[in-house]
Write a protein that binds this ligand. Structure first.
Ligand code: PLP
Length: 449
């Protein structure tokens, strides 16, 4: 286990007069005003990440389209920030589609995914005339074509490819290998067959090919290899479909959950992937397709943090005369399932004592059943006590969107800090909300005596 005794601040986090601030607003004030646990979102950090990505794309000199993967954080205000930043959006369900529309995205900036789309999802997308539906399987092709015929509308489609790349990341977020539920394999001819099928469907306009090989990738070699395969495939199918409009490389760029995490510089990440997509075309003297990206975690992960109130603290023996100190917080598995799902690691600060040395080891426990080990080991000030605030960094991606009501806890509020002002973007659920969809009768079935 790694220990980090140097306090790390991210984005607009700062320490002033013994207080931890985010975007100029103190964590004490945020906790007092909005309660804990509280999702915080630093708008300036997300904007900076987007700007960096966009300028890296511009620097390639090639046509690049960039979308936000809304599954990473689908809060309407976060989507609005993405809309205003000029990004497109990708959605993977009817609910995410509705979120994009409510945030103000016009249909021509929405792309839809899903490995098991419902008929209703396909029909809604076609009726709305969204930018692209990414077809994942033969049934998607048939159903989308049928819907287009019955509505008399045409639809831009791409196919999702499984390029046969196994990225270096957790198994649960590896999606580019041959053995996957996602997309058409290139290796067994399924992808080529899909292209043939689509070219026979008069109302489906074949706009491109897509892949998403995995998530939390700290460097781009896996995506680059996949991009290369996609470009070869695009050249191979040219006689059937002409030059494609787009090769989309999905998302996947990681974030620095721990101070020791090193991320490939964004410029090199973007340029080598764009190069892998475009160079094979340029080498043959052909104009290359546009290159698409749809980043989730990279745009929002580091911008988010979660503020908890520390509750019970206890020290237990763990053998060989050693002890471990547990600090329990007023959240955990329900607002951040990632540690329990696949061993995700986080870094945290004592937001009530940011100026004290963080040099005493603690295990941060959530309040839920299961072990609910939120952070196996982190260094906090030795004086950490009940009532202090704990700021867990890098929770902006896949926390709000994966949250549950486990143990009947209401989901936290989300506050966006922008221009020095906190804005309550998502209200805290209430205990009453938890029961709003339930029914109970005087007897449930026959009681046998
Ligand atoms: C199709 C697709 N695109 C983009 C993403 C976003 O990935 P990330 O958050 O790693 O950038 C995902 C994540 O699962 C995805 O499935």
């Amino acid at each position: 286990m790694q220990y980090f005794t140097e306090m790390r601040l991210l984005g607009s986090q700062s320490v002033e007069k013994r207080r931890l601030l985010i975007g100029g607003v103190s964590c004490d004030e945020l906790a007092d005003r909005f309660g804990t646990p509280l999702y915080l979102f630093d708008a300036s950090d997300a904007r900076e990440k987007i700007e960096r990505f966009v300028s890296a794309a511009d620097a390639t000199g090639e046509a690049v389209s960039i979308a936000f993967a809304s599954k990473a954080n689908g809060a309407l205000s976060v989507l609005k920030l993405m809309l205003d930043a000029g990004l497109d959006v990708d959605v993977a369900s009817e609910g995410e589609l509705e979120g994009a529309v409510r945030a103000g995205f016009p249909p021509e900036r929405i792309q839809m995914h899903g490995s098991n789309k419902s008929d209703a999802e396909i029909e809604t997308a076609v009726r709305m005339g969204i930018k692209t539906i990414v077809l994942d399987n033969v049934r998607d092709i048939q159903k989308t074509s049928e819907v287009c015929e019955s509505l008399g509308r045409s639809q831009n489609v791409m196919i999702r490819l499984a390029p046969g790349i196994h990225p270096e990341t957790h198994e649960a977020i590896s999606t580019g290998q041959d053995d996957t539920k996602f997309g058409f394999n290139i290796s067994d001819g399924a992808a080529r067959d899909a292209v043939e099928r689509i070219s026979r469907c008069g109302l489906l306009h074949f706009a491109g090919i897509h892949m998403h090989i995995g998530s939390q990738l700290m460097e781009g070699s896996g995506i680059e290899a996949g991009a290369h395969r996609m470009a070869q495939f695009a050249i191979e199918i040219r006689p059937m479909v002409g030059t494609l409009e787009e090769i989309n490389c999905g998302g996947g760029l990681g974030i620095r959950y721990l101070p020791s995490d090193a991320l490939e510089p964004i410029q090199s990440f973007v340029s080598r992937i764009v190069g892998a997509c475009t160079k094979p075309f340029r080498d043959l003297g052909m104009p290359p397709p546009r290159v698409g990206f749809e980043m989730g975690r990279y745009f929002v992960g580091e911008a988010g943090s979660t503020l908890y109130r520390i509750g019970r603290i206890k020290t237990v023996p763990i053998g060989n005369g050693k002890t471990r100190t547990y600090a329990s917080v007023d959240g955990g598995l329900a607002d951040n399932p990632r540690p329990q799902l696949y061993g995700a690691v986080y870094y945290a600060l004592n937001a009530s004592r940011p100026d004290e040395p963080h040099d005493a080891p603690f295990r941060i426990a959530g309040r839920h059943c299961e072990t609910d080990r939120l952070i196996p080991e982190v260094h906090l000030p030795a004086a950490t006590r009940e009532g202090d605030l704990l700021l867990v960094q890098c929770t902006g991606a896949y926390n709000f969107s994966m949250a549950s009501n486990y143990n009947r806890y209401p989901r936290p509020a989300m506050v966006i800090v922008a221009d020095g002002e906190p804005f309550l973007a998502v209200e805290r659920e209430t205990v009453a909300d938890l029961f709003s969809h339930e029914r109970i009768r005087s007897t449930i079935g026959t009681i046998r005596q």
